[in-house]
Design a protein. Sequence first.
Length: 321
Amino acid sequence: MKPATRTVILVLSGLVSAAIVAYMFASLDWQEVYSLVTNLRWPWLALSLLAYFASLLLRTERFRDLLYSRSPRWLDLLTITGLHNMFNYILPARSGELSYLFLTKDRLKTPLSESAATLFASRVYDFLSTALILLFVLPFAWDKLPGWALRASLIFCLVVIGICGFIFLLVQNSGVLNRFSPSRPWLSRLWLWFKKVIAGLQEIQRRKKHVRVAWLTLGVWACLYANLFFICRALGYQVDFFQVILVSLLMIPLSLAPVQGFANLGTHELAWVTVLMIFGTAYQSALYVAFGTHFLVMGIILFYGLLALIGLQFLSPLPAD
C-alpha cells in the first residue's frame, strides 16, 4: 500500500472514530452511564476476564501447532498473541494483523513466509468455524430473524465455506499456480508471496494437526462468545447467547472496512445496535448496551495486551538458527 493511500485511510479512520465519539457523547445520558459503572456486577466481570484469557491460551496453542520450522517457547508465543490481539483491536481495518508478522520475525526468528502462512491458516479456521457455528444456531432463531438477515447469514456461510474449499483445493493442487506468470513486477511479487503462503499451508498439512487446530479454534470462539455474554451480565443486561454470536459475526465484515475506526469505534456500536434492534430492543437501550460492552471489551483487551508488553521485556528473543 502506498504511503499516501495509507495516510488517507488513517485520516478517514480518525474522522470516523471522532464522529462516532461525538455522536455518542451527544446521545448518552451520563447519569445513566455513571449508574452503569457503579452498578457493575464484579463476579460476572471476573468471568469475562477468565473467558478472554482462556481464548488467548487457546490461540497460543493454535499458533504453536501451526508454526512448523521450530518450536517456540510457550511464554514467548503467549505474549506475542496478547500483543497481536491488542494491536488488531486498536488499529483500523485489521492492519494490526501485521504485528504478528513483525513480532514472530523479531522474537521467534520465524521467516515472514511462515508467519504469513500460519496467520492465514488461523484466519481460514476462524472464518470456517464461525460459518459452521452460525449454520448450527440459525435453526434455533429461524422465526426470530427477518428474511433479509436470514438470507445474509446463509450467503455468508456459503461464501466462506466455498472460499475455504477453494483454498483447500489449491493446497492439494499447488502445481496449477506455476501455470500463471504475471508480467507486472508488483503483481509478480504478490504472486510469489502467495505461492510461498500456499507452500506454508502444505507444510502445515503435512503435520496432520487439522482436527486439533479445528477444536482449538472452536474453543477460541466459544470463549469469545462467553466473554461478551459475561460482560452483558456484568452490566445487568439480559441477552441471548445467539444474539452475542450474531453480534460477533456482524463485526467481522465491518472490521474489514477500510475506514473502520480505531479500537472498533463505530464497528462495535453498529453491530450491537443493529442486532439488538432486530430482536426488538429500543434504539436508546441498544446504544447503552453498545457503549457499555465496548468500554469493557476494550478495557479487557488493553489489560491483557499491556501485561503481554510488560512480559515481553523480561523475555529474551530466540537466537537465530
